[in-house]
Design a protein. Structure first.
Length: 76
């Protein structure tokens, strides 16, 4: 398993590092849709587990939908 290079503050390392900006944008869009405010400094440690879990769950759902649409387009 690849080690964290230090550029990513979490324990997850992106397979496609260039996706960082798009994923951050998606995080803020989903948070806005759910009515969750992400602190301006980006530190989510003071957010509730429910908020962070909801955010992660909806982001995952959206990513799966995007992947399914992309795959479906390949087989038409």
């Amino acid at each position: 398993m690849p080690q964290n290079s230090g550029s990513n503050s979490g324990s997850n390392v992106l397979v496609v590092p260039k996706a960082t900006a798009a994923l951050n944008q998606m995080k803020f869009e989903v948070a806005q849709e759910l009515g969750i405010s992400i602190p301006q400094d980006g530190y989510q440690g003071n957010m509730t587990s429910y908020e962070n879990g909801s955010l992660g769950g909806y982001i995952t759902r959206r990513l799966v939908t995007l992947a399914e649409q992309q795959l479906a387009g390949q087989f038409q």
